[in-house]
Write a protein that binds this ligand. Sequence first.
Ligand SMILES: *[C@@H]1O[C@H](CO)[C@@H](O)[C@H](O)[C@H]1NC(C)=O
Ligand SMILES: *[C@@H]1O[C@H](CO)[C@@H](O)[C@H](O)[C@H]1NC(C)=O
Ligand SMILES: *[C@@H]1O[C@H](CO)[C@@H](O)[C@H](O)[C@H]1NC(C)=O
Length: 599
Amino acid sequence: MHLPRAWETVTAAATLGVVLGAGAAATPRAANRLQCRATLEQFIETQSEVAIDGVLANIGPDGAEAQGAAAGAVVASPSLVDPDYVYTWTRDAALTYKALVERFIAGDSSLQSKIDDYVSAQAILQGVTNPSGGPDSGGLGEPKFNIDLTAFTGSWGRPQRDGPPLRATALILYADWLVDNGEASKAADTVWPVIAKDLDYTVRYWNETGYDLWEEVSGSSFFTLSASHRALVEGAALASTLDKQCPGCAEWAPAILCFVQDFWVPEGDSGYIDSNINVRDGRTGKDANSILSSIHTFDPASDCTDSTFQPCSSRALANHKAVVDSFRTEYTLNAGISQRDAVAVGRYAEDVYYDGNPWYLTTLAAAEQLYAALYQWNQTGSITVDDVSLPFFTDRVPDVAKGTYASDSATFTSIVDAVHAYADGFVSVVQTYTPADGALAEQYDRNDGTPLSARDLTWSYAAFLTATERREGIVPPGWGETGANTVPDVCEAPAPCDATITFNARVTTTLGEDVFVVGALTELGNWAPADAVPLSADGYTSSDPLWSVTIDLPAARSFAYKYIKKTSGGEVVWESDPNRGFTTPTECDSADTINDTWR
Ligand SMILES: *[C@@H]1O[C@H](CO)[C@@H](O)[C@H](O)[C@H]1NC(C)=O
Ligand SMILES: *[C@@H]1O[C@H](CO)[C@@H](O)[C@H](O)[C@H]1NC(C)=O
Ligand SMILES: *[C@@H]1O[C@H](CO)[C@@H](O)[C@H](O)[C@H]1NC(C)=O
């Protein structure tokens, strides 16, 4: 039998108070809420079992849904068609293992052999040459591999630079635990070598563009950079504990923190995070990318620091409102739900993947940020409402004023109760659209809530575990945020390391037609014909139809590209498939020439 904890009674009473304060239909709604809350508790209890089983089923070699997967390989989903997710993504695996390592540290010792498998599997993957490069030339930025730990060579949005820092974080949590539990030599000899390569990658590439966590936009991603900052901070600390080197970690962490400030977009007295910059993506930038960043860089020991966008910081709360509000009018599912209440949350409003739907993991992330904020307010003993966070708080407690409220004040209690009820609301949305057997797919339909896309998504289950653990007040160890949140006055960046590349394309054209090169690099327009690079016909003759251009591209980069023709009428003609591919030389200031013929 499940006994409610002390705060549940308090929250239920406070919810009643808020509803009564709002006036209309007070008693029936309050009664409903109380009923729903009991159901939510039961849901969380049973669903937590389904979620941990769902995660473990997708991990090789013996997970029930992971046939053919190597030991320690996380299968993203067992779905083989529509979509085929039977691959192991570095990001999904790292976030999943971060959740597992946290559970292990919190007392589930049965997970240790799975964690050791993960360490071994990642050591192998770091050595696999793939379309993003070799072990020392960018290959760690490859987003996904086959589940037998061989390279996936099809076309994809690559590189994705969040994988290495996220994996470093998961492994640093484990290494720190080993150190604290008398196994420092295992941490140094087995885990550190993998971490060191990921940190080296992060130091080397943080200031270059790459694909975001949704694998669609090549630019600078808030999620990737937040993860990079955290990894370098805790990596430098672990290196010093183990008496190892972490070249560049302490030097570049503040530079990354400086750069992430650029993602903040002031709007009136408040603002939000533009999740992708250094790219023209035609979006508002309001994206669950930023909410996931806040929960990933949550440090239980931190104050509500704006510079690191801690869950309870004014900026992260304002951003939470901006992102959640962007979905209120977007989905039929959310129609008629009051501004005060939780809704279904997707990736970003402009999403068209499967026609753009809410996702379980993003809806749960909206809850998790708030549970983490509640933890931080309780730790710090106060809540500050300022210009930036006021709109978020007004939605919860309509008459709240700016000020700092100590934990013994009535306002503190009203805010905590209202935010807790709001956070629970997101879990209730997930409950509503979870089938009876608890299976969590990737998405649920924007119109009727039917589960969609990949079934049994590992990340959906992991997101359920971490959100509900935060709700219980179970938090991960800190990563040193309080010693690493001072923003330098000037943002430094490494000197660019470019190679000069000449594209020579033989393309027979008619008068008025122009030739462009377009591809998977920011410098090549990120596949957008409008941003493609024009070639010159200065060398064109009837016997040698040469179009040419010379541009600087990042050194040591593998990328896909194509040529396009644009007619005088503005029509775009693409070359036939497949994409072309090229790897720039590794030396800075080197040069190379590409010779192609239109096909
Ligand atoms: C590199 O860092 C500088 C300084 O913060 C920043 O202005 C620039 O946009 C960054 N570029 C990329 C691609 O990260
Ligand atoms: C608040 O913090 C105190 C002291 O750390 C702890 O005993 C208490 O359980 C916390 N309350 C909640 C609701 O997290
Ligand atoms: C392209 O042709 C030039 C000579 O015209 C040659 O030097 C260069 O190596 C060729 N590039 C490639 C990638 O084969």
